[in-house]
Ligand binder design. Structure first.
Ligand code: SF4
Length: 146
């Protein structure tokens, strides 16, 4: 079915302004440094409209690092619920994918998907900034399909 003009304008705006929210649910900070590196002028992702936002209500992409623990699980879910649809969730780093080196600890649930649905898993300890940018670019199709 052909999309209306308004729907096409909304899609164009979304595709050209993917705003990301960063949440550390219990990481050692290694992956967080790589996330911030990906957002620095070195990679210049703002030329694609990708920029960091502080509010979940304005964000399209959630970059979550670290394992989910007892304290962060409810916060992560609340942030996810506040984000508007269509939203993308990326588990950044081995800990975010499965619990990683923290797996089995007394206060750890598991990876990000133990609290919210995840669209992409990027392994690595820590991940590379290029892998984060690649995942966001590949998931643009999810926004297109919505
Ligand atoms: S994957 Fe490695 S760098 Fe990233 S939060 Fe876990 S231990 Fe730290």
């Amino acid at each position: 079915m052909k999309k209306s003009v308004i729907a096409r304008i909304k899609e164009w705006a979304r595709l050209n302004s993917l705003w990301v929210l960063h949440f550390n649910s219990g990481a050692c900070n290694g992956c967080d440094i790589e996330i911030l590196d990906a957002l620095t002028p070195r990679y210049d992702v703002e030329r694609f409209g990708i920029r960091l936002k502080a509010s979940p209500r304005h964000a399209d992409v959630l970059l979550a690092s670290g394992p989910v623990n007892h304290q962060s699980a409810a916060r992560l879910k609340r942030i996810y619920d506040q984000m508007p649809d269509p939203k993308i969730v990326i588990a950044v780093g081995t800990c975010a994918c499965s619990g990683g080196v923290f797996r089995g600890c007394y206060n750890i649930h598991s990876g990000i998907d133990s609290a919210v649905p995840v669209d992409a898993y990027i392994t690595g300890c820590p991940v590379k900034p290029e892998a984060i940018i690649d995942a966001v670019a590949k998931l643009i199709n999810k926004v297109k399909a919505a």
